[in-house]
Design a protein around this ligand. Structure first.
Ligand SMILES: Cc1ncc(COP(=O)(O)O)c(C=O)c1O
Length: 339
């Protein structure tokens, strides 16, 4: 917020952690008040947030013709370092989304990572952060020929805390809305317009008093959370739905699979999951850039396992957070230091 006297915000205020109370956030994209003076990147230039203006007739606003990413930065006080988690993987997925939507992304993955690092430095972040790159059809007008609608690319960043309550776990319900099938909207692209599906499911869950929704795919198998991939433990195996269950191919999902396989030494399976398995599994978790690794303690009023955070999930959380914060050197290649 711009102070009344027009002075720049103090460093102390910028560094205060922003914690997002679980269930109070409406969407992944509304974490906190925007700082109008924060640096953003837009169409080839570094600008202040308040200097970017997007028109009422922007194509993407009306038709959802854009794609985006969500990336986290983890602050490590001891190392005085900010680590971007899987920045390369996120920008590779942005390139894939752009290719699917036939949008031109005029920067290589390396350029995008370097620009993000520069942006974080300009904003002088010394706390956990969130980065939101977005590529969208920015042409304005009605009935524009598709091929001629120009695109814009921007990166927004903010200080960021928790998206869901990873410490205490969350309660979920199965949504009445099905996950969009790939035959209608490409599910492995992170398409802006597709998020009406997540929004409907999450709103329905929260209005019913739950923290998060779990969506079935169009064939009736478990797909994923409204903005997270899903894992369950049954006996000695962790299981996650395959890409053919219309999931977003999550970056965190791949990391969790790696941890289950290599660090926990449990079997990792990708197979279709029935709804009723959610009610009888030993452990359940949702994972994603926003949700990190989050235990699910209840589904549709039935406790998951003992109703407490399971040992497998707790171990995965410990491994994930120490890797993300740069404490576990074995996973140094997951991270890009900013300073
Ligand atoms: C629909 C959906 N599924 C899964 C995920 C998890 O993906 P990632 O781990 O790449 O953030 C997200 C978050 O981006 C999402 O929006």
């Amino acid at each position: 917020m711009k102070p009344e006297n027009g002075l720049a915000m103090s460093t102390a205020r910028r560094d205060a952690p922003v914690t997002c109370a679980p269930t109070k956030m409406s969407t992944e994209s509304s974490p906190s008040a925007h700082d109008p003076e924060s640096w953003v990147y837009f169409d080839g230039e570094f600008k202040q947030y308040q200097d970017v203006h997007i028109g009422l007739m922007t194509h993407a606003l009306h038709y959802g013709t854009g794609c985006f990413e969500g990336i986290r930065g983890y602050w490590n006080d001891e190392n005085v370092q900010l680590y971007l988690l899987q920045a390369v993987a996120h920008y590779e997925r942005l390139h894939q989304s752009a290719r699917i939507l036939m949008l031109d992304l005029p920067h290589s993955v390396e350029e995008l990572v370097d620009t993000t690092v520069e942006l974080m430095r300009r904003n002088d972040y010394r706390s956990d952060c969130y980065i939101r790159p977005i590529l969208f059809k920015s042409g304005e007008g009605i009935g524009l020929p598709y091929a001629r609608v120009e695109a814009s690319f921007g990166i927004y960043t903010t200080r960021f805390g928790k998206y869901v309550d990873t410490e205490n776990g969350i309660r979920c319900t199965v949504a009445s809305w099905r996950r969009i099938p790939d035959a209608t909207v490409p599910v492995r692209a992170k398409v802006t317009g597709a998020y009406v599906n997540s929004h409907l499911a999450k709103s329905e869950a929260q209005r019913a008093g739950f923290d998060e929704a779990i969506l079935m795919d169009i064939g009736g198998h478990v797909s994923e959370g409204a903005s997270e991939n899903l894992f369950m433990r049954r006996g000695d195996s962790f299981v996650t739905p395959p890409v053919s269950s219309d999931i977003l191919e999550g970056v965190t999902r791949r990391l969790v699979m790696e941890l289950v396989d290599e660090a926990l030494g449990l079997r990792m399976e990708q197979r279709e999951i029935d709804r009723s398995e959610l009610y009888v599994c030993d452990e359940l978790l949702l994972c994603g850039t926003g949700a990190e690794v989050c235990p699910v303690l209840e589904v549709d009023g039935r406790p998951v396992g003992s109703g407490k955070i399971g040992e497998g999930t707790a171990q995965l959380q410990r491994l994930f957070f120490s890797a993300a914060r740069g404490e576990d050197k074995r996973y140094a290649d997951w991270l890009r230091p900013v300073y």
